[in-house]
Design a protein around this ligand. Sequence first.
Ligand code: ATP
Length: 361
Amino acid sequence: MTADYKIKVQNVTKEFDLFKTRSDQLKAFFSISNRPIPEFWALKGISLEVEPGETLGLIGVNGSGKSTLSNIISGVIPQTTGVVDVRGDTSIVAINSGLRGQLTGMENIRLKALMMGMTNHEIDSMLDDIIAFADIGDFVYQPVKSYSSGMKSRLGFAIAVHINPDILIIDEALSVGDDTFYQKCVEKIQQFKEAGKTIIFVSHSLKQIEMMCDRVAWIQYGDLKQIGSTAEVVGEYRKFIKWFKALSKKDKKKYQNEAKKKQKAFDIEAYEKQVVAERQQENAEDHHVAREVHKDFYGSVISETMSWGNRILTTVVGVAVVFLMLVNVSGHSLTSVVQHPSHIWHPTTTLKGPGVTKSVK
Ligand SMILES: Nc1ncnc2c1ncn2[C@@H]1O[C@H](COP(=O)(O)OP(=O)(O)OP(=O)(O)O)[C@@H](O)[C@H]1O
């Protein structure tokens, strides 16, 4: 691993809970269910680095984890374990991410640019360029949910390249546009490369990968199968695809099911022990390896379930809110209820009507 990286991903895993119902999801969030939740490990420990100014391609069959990894790098979703160090602003262009469906194209442009820290003046000065590049006509004033996938991709790409990020992540976004738009995007990506920007390029088109990428990472059902020069990795991947296509339908299914089974059975504790053993082999003198590995695994990760502290705080706030609501409904003052708690069950009733002024207890 080098010190001069733009992106570092180390021992990154991603686990998705396969909840059957919404209520199971809520119960798991508050940690109040003992029912085991089926796990699926979309990433099983990925480590790689991207150098400044490099274009790294991500390839792999459907469901191998390319989008999961690019979403983690761009900060759209958190990793389950591991270190993700990104030195610079990222902007992701993906078919189904980044744009808010309820907002118009114009509002999406403003929102994205404001999130990147641009001022309204800066946004105004680049608005015409974005609209011209996206070339979606009056649709720019319509909610994005009414766009075709090609239009979403055009707008997403136009915004992403004009806000001029340090790192551009393109996830299959060129596959849905027409040829003219594709050419425009390729030129823009070349300009980005010439400007020394770092790019992560996800695509099923090996021709596009060969044209754009300096190096390629092949992700295979959550593992990093190979990383290296474009020619080398694409060559090996082509051999695999040829082998896979030659399998019978039954054998293809068997191969995929076995891979998915391993992703469900992945043992994060065993993986942590394996990383400890590897690092101990590299440096037998270091007696704190286990602690360091644990810190690397969980030190920069936000928990997706509630901690005990938060659970206690939420319960206390919840009880206080219910209590205040009851006090309010009872019609007594807070002081009176605190002094005589039984008042809460004996509300004051104000009779309304002509000539009635009395309050009945
Ligand atoms: N929110 C989620 N909940 C459960 N499983 C998910 C979720 N998101 C992704 N997955 C699973 O994680 C695995 C990796 O998905 P991902 O979209 O990263 O693959 P991909 O390589 O980008 O696939 P494709 O080439 O089809 O776009 C898949 O098996 C997918 O079903």
